[in-house]
Design a protein around this ligand. Structure first.
Ligand SMILES: C[C@H](N)C(=O)N[C@@H](Cc1c[nH]cn1)C(=O)O
Ligand SMILES: [Zn+2]
Ligand SMILES: [Zn+2]
Length: 473
């Protein structure tokens, strides 16, 4: 690294305990966006983010994006989006940094080894909900900036921050904000960078694509009250039986999605793409070991990657209203709500897919001849994102990775969804790149989520190096 960047790296190393403490404070805020009872915590989290940017000398707008109507009909406020600015030198490149500080729900009883909201360090890993997804990476950006400032080094770029609190719940309100502010806040951004994903292996990566997501809800009702299965079993069309049949009709045992037409818009795979996938470093055995499984749906590295990144997939998440506690309760639930989602790949359209799903499920239900009430609804829908890897920003990313880690960046996609990536690219027409710092075994959304101290601290250096590199463009 050039001498000033060396100093920044040294400063980051020397202050790593402060950064861990800062992360501990953020992790303690239970900012679960999908849990309406935690909405105040998400709002407080957004205020904390705003204060942190202000302490760096930035200006902050906590932008109101309206309300959310819950299935019960209750209206609650959406958390504000933090729009921040730092620097406005017309001769400098302006970089927009996106991140989110809401988290997936977590409870100790879910099987965590430690309190999910008490950051706990063990064997070089920082355990806590949001450590990797996405509070750690957001803080790493802010610490990288603080390191330049502490050393009295002028920031070589102008920065704009877009930090939201609804990413884990479909980024509600964000697309509208983007459109409303495209000619103002977003107008002079040159590059947008996102760190909200993970490497595929131990090799640092740049991510150029994510899948989209359509989340569906099927509601089946058979009675106006739960029923004793001894008194009513064998006499009624049970809601659970209908729901299980509907869910079972969605995907077969090889993982093939059974909804007619789902593949019609998927871009055919080229030979060049297959070759690309062959060259990517990805250890199938390590992948299986991390999740504790012995066999996958696909046998080869290429096929597994293709089904993670390049083809749609369907997952069944849960059934609300069904008995799930310990013991042997014998009730017939009156009303059950099944939840499943489909990951979308480029060219698939959420509205078209939603129509295909509804037509199919209505047909499956009609064929059962059940008198029950059944409704399918699309809860949220977002498209996939693919970037132009020939953009200059990707060169800056490659150079930053090589400076910090001394290796070539791996170019990868992400099977998960970051709804705003496509919206930002589409609306602003600017280059969007993902610069992840998470590891593939970070267990995001799961029990014992963690970020390694090494990735947190080297990730902070990576962001500092990226800032230096992108300033050259
Ligand atoms: C990849 C990213 N860190 C992430 O976890 N995204 C979520 C987004 C989401 C959308 N609706 C609900 N969650 C995901 O891919 O599931
Ligand atoms: Zn995330
Ligand atoms: Zn997430």
């Amino acid at each position: 690294a050039s001498p000033p960047l060396d100093q920044v790296f040294q400063y980051i190393d020397e202050h790593q305990d402060d950064y861990v403490q800062h992360l501990k404070e953020w992790i303690a805020i239970q900012s679960e966006s999908s849990n309406p009872t935690k909405r105040d915590d998400v709002i407080r989290m957004m205020q904390v983010v705003g204060e942190t940017i202000k302490r760096l000398g930035g200006t902050v707008e906590l932008t109101d994006v309206g309300n959310e109507e819950l299935p019960s009909g209750k209206i609650i406020p959406l958390p504000p989006v933090v729009l921040g600015k730092l620097g406005k030198d017309p001769n400098k490149t302006t970089v927009g940094i996106y991140g989110h500080v809401d988290v997936q729900p977590a409870r100790f009883e879910d099987g965590w080894s430690t309190d999910p909201y008490l950051l706990t360090e063990k064997d070089g890993n920082l355990y806590g909900r949001g450590s990797s997804d996405d509070k750690g990476p957001v803080l790493a950006w802010l610490h990288a900036i603080e390191a330049f400032q502490a050393l009295k080094q002028e920031l070589p770029v102008n920065l704009k921050f877009i930090f939201e609190g609804m990413e884990e719940s479909g980024s509600k309100g964000l697309d509208e904000l983007l459109k409303a502010k495209n000619e103002t806040f977003f107008s002079n951004i040159d590059y947008i960078v996102i760190s909200d994903s993970a490497w595929l292996s131990k090799k640092p990566a740049l991510t150029y694509g994510t899948r989209g997501l359509c989340y569906f809800i099927i509601e089946v009702q058979c009675a106006n009250q739960d029923l004793h299965s001894g008194l009513y079993g064998g006499t009624v069309h049970e809601a659970m039986t209908d729901l299980i049949a509907l869910l079972d009709s969605l995907v077969n045992s090889t993982g093939y999605v059974l909804i007619p037409g789902i593949d019609s818009d998927v871009v055919p795979l080229t030979n060049e793409e297959r070759v690309l996938y062959k060259e990517i470093e990805f250890n199938l055995e390590a992948f299986k070991h991390t999740i504790g499984t012995t066999e996958l749906l696909h046998k080869t590295k290429e096929d597994v990657l293709l089904h993670r990144w390049r083809f749609p997939s369907l997952s069944i998440h849960g059934i609300e209203g069904a008995f799930s506690g310990p013991g042997a309760k014998t009730v017939i639930p009156a009303k059950v709500t099944g939840k499943f989602s489909i990951r979308l790949v480029p060219n698939m359209d959420p509205d078209k897919l939603s129509n295909q799903v509804m037509t199919y499920l209505n047909g499956v239900f009609a064929a059962r001849g059940s008198p029950n009430q059944m409704q399918v609804a699309l809860e949220s829908g977002s498209k996939a994102w693919v970037a132009h890897v020939t953009d200059k920003q990707y060169d800056a990313g490659r150079r930053a990775i090589s400076k910090v880690f001394g290796v070539e960046a791996e170019l990868i996609r992400e099977g998960g969804t970051i709804p705003v990536a496509r919206s930002l690219q589409h609306t602003t027409q600017k280059s969007v790149m993902m610069l992840p710092i998470g590891s593939p075994d970070d267990r995001i959304h799961s029990q014992d989520e963690k970020l390694s101290r090494d990735n947190y601290i080297n990730g902070t250096k990576l962001f500092a190096a990226y800032i230096a590199e992108i300033s050259q463009h």
